[in-house]
Write a protein that binds this ligand. Structure first.
Ligand SMILES: [Fe+2]
Ligand SMILES: [Fe+2]
Length: 337
């Protein structure tokens, strides 16, 4: 997983003992001026490792995140809903691919990242370990989960690492469509029958707390946050983003006519923000550790898809080798002529 440019810089250090502090000063100055770090630039090893971990976890979440809603593609209630859902799930695949590419610019190997995901050594967002028993879940995932993703990801468009920040710009535009399609689906269901309204409320009750957990543990219990903030990889803390999500969602819930399942949720005039209850952090820890309702199912399906795709990877590699051999033969012919 060695980044080419970073390695080259390390070799330079061997020749010149003052080099590392100069490189570090240059890096600090770039961050200080709010400019971007690019793949060719020197970067501290901790910065690179933190980014690889964050981007890989983000990419894995996009790919695993296709599963809970993907289950509804064949059962969508109309052609229109099927087309929307298809487009949304396909977008998530695209997000995963951009992000794996961004991780590759840091020297990570895509096959290695996939291996780490299916062997459980790298994580994905805990939210995708919850089941989707009704079609209202599709709407609530769009509204809450993509809504939370927007809160998390809009600030990442200004992340200090160039390829990550640029990937986020397009991803956020698509997340915005995802959020709206979910909310629009729920508005339609709320205008329907009593059974449909009950189905929406039930999905809201099940997804609200896991959605708040998407922002990660509370700030006091988030060991990597301080470094990520200093490096401007992250721009806001977990608790700030969670508060922003709650404030954004409460008026939307009122308009929709559903109740958010938190008796402590109320407007705080003095703070100009909502007060809300504390998520069950032991549940988050349990789900991250692999003991959520669908962890095994999600990883098993990803593993099966990876194994089923082996022939495609082999064929692509054989094709690339053949093309390279032909190109080389042409070069030799040209040189001989
Ligand atoms: Fe996405
Ligand atoms: Fe999305």
């Amino acid at each position: 997983m060695a980044a080419g440019p970073a390695r080259a810089a390390e070799q330079d250090e061997d020749r010149d003992p003052g080099a590392e502090s100069r490189l570090q000063a240059g890096f600090d100055a770039t961050i200080g001026k709010d400019q971007r770090i690019e793949p060719r630039d020197w970067m501290p090893e901790g910065y690179r490792r933190t980014l690889v971990r964050q981007i890989a976890q983000h990419a894995h979440s996009e790919i695993i995140g296709m599963q809970p809603e993907g289950e509804w593609i064949t059962r969508a209630p109309s052609l229109r809903r099927k087309a929307i859902l298809f487009a949304k799930v396909q977008d998530e695949a695209g997000h995963g691919l951009y992000l794996y590419s961004a991780a590759e610019t840091l020297g990570a190997d895509r096959a290695d990242l996939t291996e780490r995901l299916i062997s459980g050594r790298q994580k994905y967002s805990s939210i995708f370990n919850y089941p989707t028993p009704t079609f209202a879940d599709v709407g609530v995932i769009g509204w809450f989960v993509d809504g939370a993703a927007i809160c998390n990801q809009v600030p990442l468009c200004r992340s200090s690492y160039g390829p990550y920040a640029r990937a986020m710009v397009r991803i956020c535009k698509e997340e915005s469509f995802h959020q709206r399609q979910g909310y629009e689906l729920l508005l339609t269901m709320m205008r329907g029958t009593q059974a449909q309204r009950a189905m929406v409320q039930d999905a809201v009750d099940r997804w609200w707390w896991p959605s708040l957990m998407m922002f990660g543990p509370p700030d006091g219990d988030s060991p990597n946050s301080a470094a990520s903030m200093a490096w401007k990889i992250k721009r806001h803390t977990n608790d700030e983003l969670r508060q922003r999500f709650v404030d954004m969602t409460v008026p939307q819930a009122e308009k929709l006519g559903v109740t958010l399942p938190d008796p402590q949720l109320r407007w705080n005039e003095k703070r100009g923000r909502h007060d809300f209850g504390t998520p069950d952090w032991s549940e988050l820890k349990r789900v991250i550790a692999g003991d959520g309702p669908c962890n095994d199912e999600r990883v098993a399906r990803r593993t099966a898809a990876h194994e089923d795709g082996a022939w495609v990877r082999e064929a692509a590699a054989a094709h690339a080798a053949k093309q390279a051999a032909r190109a080389q033969a042409r070069t030799h012919e040209g040189a001989a002529a």
